[in-house]
Design a protein around this ligand. Sequence first.
Ligand code: HDD
Length: 691
Amino acid sequence: MDKKIEQLKCFESSPKGENSTTNFGVKISNDENTLKAGPRGPSLLEDFVFREKMTHFDHERIPERIVHARGSGAHGYFVSYADHSNLTKASFLSAKDKKTPLFARVSTVQGPRGSADTVRDVRGFAVKFYTDEGNFDIVGNNIPVFFVQDAISFPDFVHAGKMEQQNEMPTGGSAHDTFYDYISLKPETAHTVMWVMSDRGIPLSIRHLQAFGVHTYRLINAQGKSTFIKWFWKPLSGTLSLLWDEAQKIAGKNGDYHRKRLWDDIEAGDFPQWELCVQILSDEIIEKFEFDILDPTKFIPEELAPVTPVGRMVLNKNPDNFFAETEQIAFCVSHVVPGIDFSNDPLLQGRIFSYLDTQLSRLGGPNFNEIPINRPVCPFANTQRDGIHRMTINKGGANYFPNSIDGNYPRPKEEASVKGGFLPYPEKIDAVKTYKRSETFNDHFSQATMFWNSMSQHEKNHIVDGFSFELSKVTRRNIVERVVNEFLINIDKTLAEKVGKNLGVTVEPKVTKNIQKKLVKPSPAISQVNLLSGDIASRRIAVLIFDGCDTEDVMSFKKEMEKRDAHVDLLAPSNAPVRGCDGPSLTPKSSWVSEPSIFYDAVYVPSCGQESLELLQHNGDFLHYILESYKHLKTIAFSGCPSIIKETLRLKQDLGLILGQGWRDVVEAFTYSLAHHRVWERESLASTIPA
Ligand code: HDD
């Protein structure tokens, strides 16, 4: 068992076979009636059992996170691929196969705790490594750049992006006036806004997210050598997204979609995995890079600085208690370990302060480090004492350093640099205090344009659709016009024209002062077309079963897909078992209505006899299932009954709409198409489908 899980075990409570008591151990004799003056009389103040229970309940909520309130977490571990001590003395990277326990939390940014998972938003990706030299947190996002360059703008950005102050709308979305007002007045947001309006803003699931540490950090080795790096998480399942229509529908049908998919995969033993990579920024690369490595609105294309895997993260255990673990975990950018250090990125510098500060109010005081999920697995000691909910019983006479009473303990580690104490990189600083921002941060549009130029045609279409949808919700016309004529136009003329056309805005570029643009080469590595996993492992397939279907066909297809590590669910017109044409009945997992096509990546319809075919042709739920899957560019296979496709629905056969006689006929084409995620060639035809 890993060290963290073992530590958490000491705090577990499973009251099997135990009688209930008050929190102070007094056995309770009646837990359904308050103490009253007679059965019909008033309740008595002396009823301490009731008062304790009620008081506890009244205080069960803590403030939710101001951003990233909605999140899902899991335990896991990290395995280092090698001894990376040439780069860093961080102990978790010091040996091949070294295993470190961790907890990861993935979140949306804008919405409150109860908001839907599939809204268009950035996804937070925070990982706490419980290393043997202290906790190390990488608090990143699924987008490699950030909206603003300096931490002092963060509160304004968040105020503008979250629900509007007068009416708390919209919940968890950026499609509103204040967001677009702010970004169009703040050109440094351009690059990140492009990522959010792209497919990256609507991920398929948590296991399909790429993630980034965003800032430049330093790695320091035992000799004191510093290397600038960026952190990069690469999902082994590929980087995949929803379609916007799908994302919106899922938000209504199952707000917990991402949370549930993560939970179910882990319960099923299908553990999500990511490679942790570093992008090493050698002096040579930094020199070639046309932007400042301290500017968090810029990212370094993989083509310029390759991304080297240093280890693998596996999420393999769901929390036992959401509140105790996922809610109370406290990530802090300031949690670094010896061998890792910060850069002077002004956004990062502010974050080093903000996270610790926010935990003080969220978790009620300075002892949040003692909450089980936050405790390091290595010993810890210092002279900090007392405060609300202090749990440690510090013994001995000395709560100060230096002291002569307790042998001068606790005291800092001598020869800190060699023996493991944290030492900052001794960067020489000789500067004048100033509020100025570096001029090397001035180019706000070149990389936004690079992002656009790196997209495939369908990805570009989605960005146009994303902006058009969002801006159609903005009520103030002057803001919409400003976005088109002073923001999008500086990214790409075609983008501005297409969005402008959809919104009825004439493109009349305003001359914006101080626009400096460089021609930056596209980066194919950021197009999701190039980020497929190449297989169908972990993908979800709906097999539609019904009275009269061929059960042998169903079970053989299911087996074939499970051999390829896909998840297969049998779904029927209702939750009742269906009768197969050949005798045996099949029990569905659920019904077509409660598990609609939007929850799945592909659909399979088994062969059946004429009688069933006629019933299907008149079953609205069935026809809708197929049409909606077709509209969402999914792989669909019919191992018989082609007349439904050809005559009833009149759909055009394509690489992802596979018709055959029996499962053997369709299985390879089905696998091939699903491995490509969606049938992009179908997109314009699919837009004609009324589903
Ligand atoms: Fe932040 C939470 C990621 C900029 C201040 N942030 C938070 C979480 C993630 C990020 C993943 C959720 C952690 C969890 O699951 O508990 N934030 C980022 C990234 C940023 C970023 C990748 C830019 C590169 N954040 C940022 C700035 C500030 C903050 C500039 C303030 C100066 N972030 C916070 C916070 C939060 C937070 C207010 C809210 C809850 C929390 O910290 O624990 O302190």
